[in-house]
Design a protein around this ligand. Structure first.
Ligand code: NAD
Length: 291
C-alpha cells in the first residue's frame, strides 16, 4: 500500500515536526489539535522553521509556500476521512490516546493505517483499542523530527507485515533510518536514555552536583552534545516522567523509580522549554540554571 495523505493528531513539538517532514516529502497533511490557539502556535512554528531553511538555502521561497500549503489544520476529525495513515502524536497519556484512537477509528477509511508516536506505551495495548490492530504500528520519531535521522518501528503482536512494510517504506521516503524495536516498555532509545536522565535528576536531588555541574560533566566527560538536564528540558519533563512511570510499572523494577524531584517539577507545571521553565529558566536571552 502506498501512503499519500497523512493525518496527525497533536500539534505539539513532535506533531509539528512530523507534519513538516511529511509535507517536505510531498505528502498532503492534516494536523489536528484540540484548540485553534495550539494550531496557530503550530503554524507559526512551521513558518519559522521553514523560513530558517530558506535562509540556509536548503529550500526556495516557492518550495516553502508549497510545503505550507500542503499542511491543513483543524480541530475536527472529519479531516481524517481522506487519510491513508493517521499518526497519533498527542501527549504521553494512555487514557487520552485511547480516546483519540476511538475518534480516529470512527472516521478513518477501513483500509487506512494508524501509527502511534508514543515514547513508551505498549503498541499491542494501544492497537487493541482500535478496530484494526493488524493495521496499527509504532512509529517513534526523535526530537527534533526534521533533524534526527532515526525512527524506531514497533510491531504490536497483531501488526501485519503489509502494514509494517508500508510504514518502513514511508520512513525511508521521509529520508529517515528505520530501526526495528520489539514491543517492550520504552522500546530501545528511551529504555536506555530515560534512566540516565532520571539518574541525573537524582544526582541533582541528592546534591552531588548543581544543574550546571551535572550538564558540564556529562557534556565534557562523555562528549554528549547536550547535558542530561538540558536534554530533559528539551524533551519535556512531563514526557520524561510518563516514560519513567511506564518503565517502572511495565518492568516492575525499582531501578526505574522516577526521581521525586522530577515528579515535583511536573506537579509545579515546570515542564522544560515548552513552558519556559524546567531545570533552566528560559525567560531571558540565555537559559539560566534553576538549581
Ligand atoms: P507536546 O506537549 O509538545 O504536544 C502534545 C500535543 O498534544 C499538544 O499540542 C496538546 O494540545 C495535544 N493534545 C493533548 N490532548 C489532545 C487530544 N485529546 N487530542 C488532540 N491533541 C491533544 O508533546 P510532544 O513532545 O509533541 O509529545 C507528543 C508525543 O510524542 C508523546 O506521545 C511523546 O511521548 C512522543 N514523543 C516525544 C518526544 C520528545 O522528545 N518530546 C520524542 C519522541 C516521541
Amino acid at each position: 500500500m502506498k501512503i499519500q495523505k497523512v493525518g496527525i493528531v497533536g500539534a505539539g513539538q513532535m506533531g509539528c515536526g512530523i507534519a513538516q517532514v511529511c509535507a517536505q516529502a510531498g505528502h498532503e497533511v492534516y494536523l489536528l489539535d484540540t484548540t485553534q490557539a495550539q494550531l496557530k502556535k503550530a503554524k507559526a512554528d512551521l513558518e519559522r522553521r521553514l523560513s530558517r531553511l530558506v535562509v540556509k538555502k536548503n529550500i526556495t521561497p516557492k518550495e516553502k509556500t508549497a510545503i505550507l500549503k500542503r499542511i491543513k489544520t483543524g480541530t475536527k476529525y472529519d479531516g481524517f476521512k481522506a487519510c491513508d495513515l493517521a499518526i497519533e502524536a498527542a501527549v504521553e497519556n494512555e487514557e487520552i490516546k485511547h480516546g483519540i484512537l476511538k475518534k480516529l477509528c470512527a472516521v478513518l477509511p477501513a483500509k487506512s493505517l494508524i501509527a502511534s508516536n508514543t515514547s513508551s506505551i505498549s503498541i499491542t495495548r494501544l492497537g487493541a483499542r482500535t478496530d484494526r490492530p493488524e493495521k496499527f504500528v509504532g512509529m517513534h520519531f526523535m526530537n527534533p523530527v526534521p533533524v534526527m535521522e532515526l525512527v524506531e518501528l514497533i510491531r504490536g503482536i497483531a501488526t501485519d507485515e503489509e502494514t509494517y512494510a508500508a510504514i518502513r517504506e514511508l520512513t525511508l521516503e521521509l529520508g529517515k533510518v528505520p530501526v526495528n524495536a520489539e514491543d517492550f516498555p520504552a522500546f530501545i532509545v528511551n529504555r536506555i536514555l530515560l534512566p540516565m536522565i532520571n539518574e541525573a535528576v537524582y544526582t541533582l536531588y541528592e546534591g552531588v552536583g548543581s544543574v550546571e555541574a551535572i550538564d558540564n560533566a556529562m557534556r565534557l566527560g562523555t562528549r554528549h552534545p547536550m547535558g542530561p538536564l538540558e536534554l530533559a528540558d528539551f524533551i519535556g519533563l512531563d514526557t520524561c516522567l510518563a516514560v519513567m512511570n511506564v518503565l517502572h510499572e511495565g518492568l516492575a523494577d525499582t531501578k526505574y523509580r522516577p526521581c521525586p524531584l522530577l515528579v515535583k517539577y511536573v506537579e509545579a507545571g515546570w515542564l522544560g522549554r515548552k513552558t519556559g521553565r524546567g531545570f533552566y529558566d528560559y525567560s531571558g536571552d540565555k537559559p539560566v540554571p534553576t538549581r
